[in-house]
Design a protein around this ligand. Structure first.
Ligand SMILES: Cc1cc2nc3c(=O)[nH]c(=O)nc-3n(C[C@H](O)[C@H](O)[C@H](O)COP(=O)(O)OP(=O)(O)OC[C@H]3O[C@@H](n4cnc5c(N)ncnc54)[C@H](O)[C@@H]3O)c2cc1C
Length: 468
């Protein structure tokens, strides 16, 4: 049997893994590899919370491979070098991987492919992380989409995802030449307390989460998804970020059920993920450059003590602080509250969205190279199909609308638990006043901050968007 490397990247699963299935179908002795590449070609090394999830996910992948007669080979170093060296050491006939879409990774993969081909090693890459690859959908004039709704309409009419692939029942025994390092020595041991409270890292945890969401959460999804106090969304994001399940598995699981508006709504959120990857592919540098170049002229402020108050959940606005504390404690934050906290940073504090993007990147278990910068640019107003900059969330009204009885705020800010619902989003107005040690006064006045942000925006000169 000839050896072939299957290089796991953002696809830490055995089911619906086209690279793995193709290597096995070709009759190879598969060498499953993961490379810890600290000088990653992708946007930047993973943050603290995501590394913690990754560690557990790799352990789950290793256990799944072992139960089928193989194991995971862990290597450290620049992926371009270590994959090449492994291919030589194991006399691999081929290397298989599933495609990634950011520019740095694509360039790195293209170089590695050339090196391997020059040595006579075949390379095959596959679609596994998206329903529709960025070059598969275009506007009628042959351009990439800049607006979500027509993008998703085109995807819905063109996507024919087909049945997900089964996981292999058995795997060939690993070649002796494929030594690697033990998992524990390779990865950081930093843990963020509370990570994994919602589901278990790894493929089995992802599938459990999907089926429990479809059974109990899908029907009320439309009504519940904007209420942060409820467990009203799928919480599949960390599983999707590392590819512990595929969008095709989700698509298949949803579309084989009775059609429903809830199913369509949920699939459209998967569509936002597709849209973000489409932008990542076509625009690139999403984490660094404003998609709307006029934002290059925005006079962002830099007040480290205010940024720290935001990071630590001490802004004096309960819905903002509850979200930031949920993030610190669990590595996850509800989507509505992501929007509110991001709006507060970029508009009330007039802080460059890149500061927030970096903080989220470090703290989120679902930190995603496409969804995170696209989410930040959408809120800041600098992105494709973004919320206009002048739409400035009022954190009090947002709190009163989406957390009317303060259940969410009280969960994450126990110091406010004794306040009545009518005061929970305006704690500065209670009588007698709360001591600042217990809970801070607002770090900025909403009305003044709003005016300041609008003035800054009014000074921008319109320029054409960076073209995807
Ligand atoms: C400022 C900001 C930063 C964000 N950073 C990230 C991030 O780093 N990683 C991440 O996965 N999502 C990010 N999002 C998008 C969204 O908040 C999360 O995907 C969602 O909250 C995850 O929870 P869920 O899996 O329960 O979502 P569900 O509502 O159950 O949605 C299912 C899946 O659809 C996708 N999805 C849902 N909403 C969006 C969206 N707005 N954009 C892109 N994909 C979406 C996700 O893959 C999600 O897991 C960000 C949003 C904002 C506003």
């Amino acid at each position: 049997m000839s050896n072939a490397i299957v290089w796991f990247r953002a696809d830490l699963r055995l089911a619906d893994n086209p690279a793995l299935s193709a290597a096995l179908e070709a009759g190879h002795a598969v060498i499953p590899v993961y490379v810890v590449d600290e000088a990653k070609a992708e946007i930047r090394p993973l943050g603290t919370a995501a590394v913690c999830w990754l560690h557990q996910s790799l352990q789950a992948l290793d256990a799944a491979l072992r139960s089928r007669g193989s194991r995971l080979v862990l290597l450290r170093g620049p992926a371009e070098r270590v994959i090449d060296e492994l291919a030589t050491r194991c006399q691999a006939e081929a290397v298989y991987w599933n495609r990634l879409y950011d520019r740095g990774t694509r360039d790195r993969d293209a170089r590695l492919k050339q090196t391997l081909l020059a040595r006579g090693v075949r390379v095959q890459s596959f679609k596994a992380g998206l329903l529709v690859e960025p070059w598969e959908v275009q506007t009628k004039s042959g351009m990439p989409f800049k607006v979500f709704t027509p993008f998703w309409r085109a995807c819905r009419s063109q996507a024919k995802p087909g049945r997900p692939l089964d996981a292999p029942a058995r795997l060939p025994r690993l070649a002796d030449s494929a030594a690697g390092e033990p998992l524990a020595t390779l990865l950081h041991r930093k843990t963020a307390s509370g990570l994994g409270v919602h589901s278990t890292p790894g493929e089995a945890g992802a599938m459990d989460r999907l089926s429990s969401f479809l059974d109990d959460g899908l029907e009320p999804y439309h009504a519940h998804r904007d209420v942060p106090a409820l467990d009203g969304t799928s919480r599949l994001s960390p599983h999707l970020a590392l590819g512990e399940l595929s969008p095709r598995q989700i698509w298949h699981a949803v579309t084989t059920r009775r059609p429903s508006p809830a199913g369509e709504k949920f699939l459209s959120e998967i569509g936002w993920r597709e849209f973000a990857y489409n932008l990542l592919f076509h625009v690139g540098d999403l984490d660094r450059c404003n998609m709307r170049p006029e934002f290059d002229g925005l006079p962002w402020l830099d007040h480290p003590e205010l940024i720290e108050a935001w990071q630590q959940g001490r802004t004096g606005y309960p819905i903002v602080d509850a979200g930031m504390r949920q993030l610190l404690a669990t590595g996850w934050m509800h989507n509505r509250v992501r929007m509110i906290t991001a709006s507060f940073l970029t508009k009330h504090l007039l802080t460059d969205w890149r500061v927030g993007e970096r903080w989220f990147w470090d703290r989120l278990v679902d930190a995603d190279p496409a969804n995170n910068p696209v989410g930040w640019q959408w809120v800041a107003g600098s992105g494709a199909d973004a919320a206009p900059f002048f739409r400035i969330f009022n954190p009090v009204l947002q709190g009163e609308k989406f957390d009317p009885d303060g259940t969410y705020v009280k969960q994450w800010l126990p110091e406010l638990a004794c306040l009545p619902a009518k005061s929970i989003h305006r704690p500065w107005a209670v009588d007698p006043p709360l001591s600042p040690q217990r809970y801070p006064q607002p770090i900025v006045d909403h009305a003044a901050a709003r005016e300041r942000a609008l003035d800054a925006f009014a000074g921008l000169k319109r320029r054409p968007p960076r073209s995807p």
